[in-house]
Design a protein around this ligand. Structure first.
Ligand SMILES: Nc1ncnc2c1ncn2[C@@H]1O[C@H](COP(=O)(O)OP(=O)(O)O)[C@@H](O)[C@H]1O
Ligand SMILES: [Mg+2]
Length: 239
């Protein structure tokens, strides 16, 4: 039996990536970073340090000014525009300011809408939506309207929405910023469960308590540079 090469386990690699939005500001500078399938990373750093830029490079919402990015064995910086939807199907995204829901459609229909947009077979949509909702503990809310949900439940729907395409990786930009302590912990334990299924998690957060208790890999940015990358790290050791 051939042994598995280490390369096969790499899901994401940044090779000397820099991003300048204009000629003065380096939003990311010479970033080298490798993430293996199944890892759980927290991305930390002050406002303006480049965290959101990093996430938006992974989905090719942005392209780097220089350097290369590989995702799931492909160089996404060289990918043709028409292939970008296939890349995005493999990545579940949870955005900083929450998702916009179709308020007149049920929770399940909202998920079906996302899948339709990424080209799934019509007859599988309802079943896939229900599966994703049950994964986040909202199986019974499938036929509710978004306005009938609490803040924590809406966040769970966002996570279900990120899960519907069976992504290899989930990236989340400050997913607990608007939630209280208990709900933040509920969401983090949900992320742990998802990670246990083998999904790679990359989560931007300012939540010191969560980072310090969970002790995951902590990647810290400062002024666009990689300041630290610590296994079982803590928040702010380096800030
Ligand atoms: N669209 C943009 N145009 C110009 N500058 C930007 C843009 N987006 C971000 N920046 C700048 O890039 C740097 C990093 O921003 P960002 O990645 O949003 O940081 P963070 O998410 O860590 O707060 C900041 O200096 C910010 O002002
Ligand atoms: Mg940000």
């Amino acid at each position: 039996m051939p042994t598995e090469k280490k390369e096969d386990k790499i899901i994401l690699r940044f090779e000397n990536v820099s991003k300048l939005y204009n000629y003065e500001t380096h939003s990311l500078r010479n970033l080298n970073l490798t993430v293996e399938q199944g890892e759980f990373l927290f991305i930390c750093g002050r406002t303006g340090s480049g965290k959101s830029t990093f996430l938006r490079l992974i989905t090719r919402e942005l392209s780097p000014t220089s350097g290369k990015i590989f995702f799931d064995g492909e160089e996404i910086t060289a990918m043709k525009h028409r292939d970008i939807p296939y890349l995005r199907r493999k990545i579940g995204v949870i955005r900083q300011n929450g998702e916009i829901f179709l308020e007149e459609r049920t929770v399940a229909q909202n998920l079906e809408f996302v899948m339709r947009a990424t080209g799934h077979e019509e007859d599988t949509l309802r079943q896939r939506a229900l599966k994703a909702l049950s994964m986040v503990g909202l199986g019974k809310k499938a036929d509710c309207l978004p306005r009938e949900l609490s803040g924590g439940e809406r966040k769970r729907v966002e996570i279900a929405r990120a899960l519907v395409n069976n992504p290899r990786i989930i990236i989340a930009d400050e997913p607990t910023a608007s939630l209280d302590r208990d709900l933040s912990w509920d969401i983090m334990s949900l992320f742990e469960d998802i990670n246990q299924l083998g999904v790679t998690l990359i989560i931007v957060t300012h939540d010191k308590e969560i980072v310090n208790i969970m002790r995951k890999r902590v990647v810290t940015f400062a002024h666009g540079k990689l300041l630290g990358d610590v296994k079982r790290g803590r928040y702010g050791d380096l800030l």
